[in-house]
Structure formats: structure tokens, C-alpha cells
Write a new protein. Structure first.
Length: 211
């Protein structure tokens, strides 16, 4: 496992551990600031480790958030660019990775401006479900990537009471297969987490497609 090195004392950034971005109503964890044992951070590490098993060359991390996983990618691929509409998270990622070669962070609204199309791979985790037009964004990812795409979404919950109020819609796996039709599915992984009652729950579905 490749874990990025933070340059700040986690205690100094305690207020950033969980905040609500102005660009998305869902709470956002700053994964630089919380323990690797935290189940949400563990899921992030798992997603990016799956991506690291496939990506090579240049990578764009679309909707990268705080950039922790983007930094993981840059340890083994490159150049890597993380892009997000949330300026606070991008500024933070830039500050803790200053001086890292082959790693860059850009503030931009990818829904409006599109995804840059000069990358070998596009990575986009836990984002499509927050968008009003996830199918259109999936098409932008396909147009941006020359070699492959790595995407994750939360498992669609059948009971409406369990639906996340921060999601525009629940994304079915069948929808992903349709949106990335024409590309080869290289890997599908279901990520689980432990619950306090001892049971396990699916929290993320990761798909990797290649041309």
C-alpha cells in the first residue's frame, strides 16, 4: 500500500476532518487528517489501490476532493492531475503536496468545463451519484481517457428509506455497463466495511474499463 506523506500535524487540521463543501451538500472527510483505521478512509484507500493495479501513464482524477487518493496515484503513475470544483479542498491538497513532481491540482467545475482529453486514464470515485447528468459525465470521461477508466459508485439501495439524501440518483451497475458500452470490463470489485454490530455492508462498487 502506498500512503501519501502529509506535511502538516493532523491535530492542527482537526477542524477540517469532516466539513460540508459548498459545491455538494454531502459531508466530506479530509482523509489526510483521519486515521487509516477509519472505515471511510479505508474504503478510499481500497478504491485507489484497485486503480493502482491498472493505471499507467498520465491520469486525471476527476472530482478528487482533498486529493489524498490522487497523491497515492502519483506515487506509481504520472503525471497525475486532480481536479475538483471545491476550492478549499484543492488549496489544501496543493499545500500538503507542494514540491511533489508529477502531481498537480486544479480547481475547475468539470460538469461545466468538461474533462481534459489528454490523459491515458481517468479516475472518478463516488461522484456520478451526485450529478444531475451522470450519463453525460460518463461520456466526458470516455472522451478524456485514451486507455482506461476507473469509476466507483455506492451500491444502489432498493429501499427508498435508505437512499442517501445527498445523491441526485442511485446508480445501478447496469447503468454503468450501458454508459461504458464498447469498452472492456477489466475488473469489478465490491468494497465492504465492518459495522458496529459485527456485520459487513457493501459501501462501494468499483469498475475498471479499458479500450
Amino acid at each position: 500500500m502506498t500512503v501519501p506523506e502529509t506535511r502538516q500535524d493532523p491535530e492542527a487540521i482537526a477542524d477540517d476532518r469532516q466539513v460540508v463543501p459548498e459545491v455538494c451538500r454531502a459531508p466530506s472527510y479530509n482523509y489526510w487528517a483521519i486515521s487509516d483505521a477509519h472505515p471511510m478512509k479505508r474504503a478510499v484507500i481500497d478504491r485507489y489501490e484497485i486503480a493502482l493495479g491498472h493505471v499507467e501513464g498520465s491520469v486525471v482524477d476527476a472530482a478528487c476532493g482533498w486529493g489524498y487518493g490522487t497523491s497515492m496515484l502519483a506515487a506509481e503513475a504520472g503525471p497525475v492531475v486532480g481536479i475538483d470544483a471545491w476550492g478549499r479542498a484543492i488549496a489544501y491538497a496543493q499545500s500538503v503536496t507542494a514540491g511533489r513532481r508529477g502531481l498537480r491540482f486544479i480547481e475547475a467545475d468539470l460538469e461545466v468545463e468538461g474533462v481534459p482529453d489528454h490523459f491515458d486514464w481517468a479516475v472518478c470515485f463516488e461522484t456520478l451519484e451526485h450529478l444531475k447528468d451522470p450519463e453525460g459525465f460518463a461520456a466526458k470521461l470516455k472522451a478524456a481517457a485514451r486507455k482506461g477508466i476507473c469509476v466507483s459508485v455506492p451500491p444502489a439501495r432498493r429501499k427508498s428509506a435508505r437512499n442517501n439524501p445527498f445523491h441526485e440518483r442511485e446508480i445501478e451497475w447496469d447503468s454503468l455497463e450501458q454508459w461504458f458500452k464498447g469498452w472492456d470490463l477489466a475488473e469489478k470489485v465490491i468494497i465492504e466495511t465492518d459495522l458496529p454490530n459485527g456485520r459487513r455492508m457493501d459501501i462501494s462498487v468499483v469498475g475498471v474499463w479499458t479500450r
